[in-house]
Ligand binder design. Structure first.
Ligand code: 5AD
Ligand code: SF4
Length: 430
């Protein structure tokens, strides 16, 4: 989502005559920030320090420094105190105001906007846009789930859906601008709801079906989903919407029901499993991905074993796993029985070893198969391009006569932990 937000900020600045410049030469530096874990938030301050120092050393008129995103939202006042070189603080729902704020700064004032005014920022988007072969499209923002460890409901605000018409239009514009694949984004993307062009109440599966009809679009993905919003309709879409890719990112966080309850996850180990069983029944090759937190307050050895045996049971194609990071203002931060860092380290290592094995096994399972690869960027070597398989694996191929944005029919013949490679059989589609 931050990539999407960053691109939209760039669009807005471009429409005011600004253009991207190398970091050392820029008149304006925008740091778009993440507040989800402490490490991400602390990085912002070291980056501000680095940028600020550079401009002192160079002895030139300082570039304007803007901090955008969730750290700006959550720590606006603290940023101003800790980092006097920052001129602009702009929250994730206010970035359409960035050009005006730059004008304020040029007039000699510091500017801060951390309102959460809903979806105004999308109205300010340019109506035409060029796109690479893969594009993001934010359909929903915010979160009402209030998991006890998480800052998102506070930094991004309540769940809110963009309208059907705006999304179908933006999807068409992206395809016109060159996109072959669209990833629908939201903190709880599958909580998207809205009225369609006939006024009927619709869910994400209907929106996917509408976007599926756009000619020239080859692939649709969505992330991130919450198990509680995984409707029968959305599960069914995995069986019959051809452009919907066989990949599902469905965070579970932990395998112990006791911990899931303390996390306020509103699903159990079993209900999570049942969703995946249903998806796999209609789409047996689906690549399942997840998020995990180890060392949530009160997590015992036996709770952690439940995470390990759930992972062993599910078999993930890919996953993200983190040590629990206490975040000020969340209920879990003040819970008793915070877990010692050393225990968290050990648990994370064990979990990541298992997830790594599963990722390698999944990658190897496609050796010998043929699949379409959407070519996205150049590789390290002359003639090499890198694209994504339907299962979101990075795929290296040697090509002649094909270019970025083409789809290639590829025979997969090698697999490692983080990528696969194969031989191009032919160009698959325009
Ligand atoms: N500590 C560690 N991980 C967290 N996440 C969210 N909040 C925290 C936290 N306080 C993880 C969850 C979520 C992902 C985006 O980040 O796994 O799914
Ligand atoms: Fe955070 Fe939970 Fe909302 Fe995901 S569902 S954004 S983990 S509160």
């Amino acid at each position: 989502m931050n990539v999407y937000d960053g691109e939209r900020m760039a669009d807005q600045l471009a429409s005011r005559g600004m253009a991207a410049a190398p970091k050392d030469d820029a008149d304006l530096i925008v740091l778009n920030t993440c507040h989800i874990r402490e490490k991400a938030a602390e990085k912002v301050y070291s980056e501000i320090g680095r940028v600020g120092k550079k401009r002192r050393l160079a002895g030139i008129t300082p570039p304007v420094i803007a901090v955008a995103g969730c750290v700006a939202q959550a720590e606006g006042a603290e940023i101003s105190r800790r980092a006097p070189s920052v001129d602009i603080v702009v929250g994730p729902q206010a970035y359409h105001r960035l050009p005006d704020m730059i004008a304020e700064v040029t007039a000699g004032r510091r500017a801060l906007d951390i309102d959460l005014p809903g979806l105004d920022k999308f109205d300010a988007l340019p109506k035409k846009r060029k796109s690479g072969p893969t594009a993001f499209l934010t359909v929903q923002e915010g979160c009402d789930k209030f998991c006890t460890y998480c800052v998102v409901p506070y930094t991004r605000g309540a769940e809110i859906s963009r309208t059907w018409a705006a999304l179908v239009d933006e999807a068409k514009m992206l395809v016109d601008g060159g996109a072959k694949e669209i990833t629908l984004l939201g903190q709880n993307v599958n909580a998207w709801r809205g009225a369609d062009d006939k006024g009927r109440d619709r869910g994400l599966d209907d929106l996917i079906r509408a976007i599926d009809r756009i000619e020239g679009l080859h692939r649709i993905r969505y992330m991130t989903s919450h198990p509680a919003d995984m409707t029968d309709g959305l599960i069914a879409a995995h069986g019959d919407v051809e452009k919907l890719m066989p990949y599902l990112h469905l965070p579970v966080q932990a395998g112990s029901d006791r911990i899931l309850k303390a996390m306020n996850r509103s699903h159990s180990r079993d209900s999570y499993r049942r969703i995946l069983d249903a998806v796999r029944k209609i789409r047996p090759d689906i690549a399942v991905s997840g998020d995990f937190i180890v060392g949530f307050p009160g997590e015992t050895d036996s709770d952690f074993e439940d995470t390990i045996n759930l992972v062993a049971d599910i078999r993930y194609a890919q996953a993200y796993s983190f040590k629990y990071s206490p975040r000020a203002g969340t209920p879990a931060a003040t819970m008793e029985n915070q877990i010692a860092p050393k225990v968290m380290d050990e648990r994370l290592q064990r979990l990541q070893a298992l997830l790594g094995e599963q990722q390698l096994a999944f990658n190897r399972s496609v050796i010998g198969q043929q699949c379409d690869i959407l070519l996205e960027r150049k590789g390290k070597y002359e003639g090499q391009l890198i694209g994504k398989s339907p299962w979101l694996q990075s795929t290296h191929v040697e090509v002649t006569g094909l270019k970025i944005g083409d789809m290639a029919r590829v025979h997969i013949n090698e697999a490692g932990y983080s990528s696969i490679s194969g031989e191009v059989l032919m160009k698959a589609a325009a």
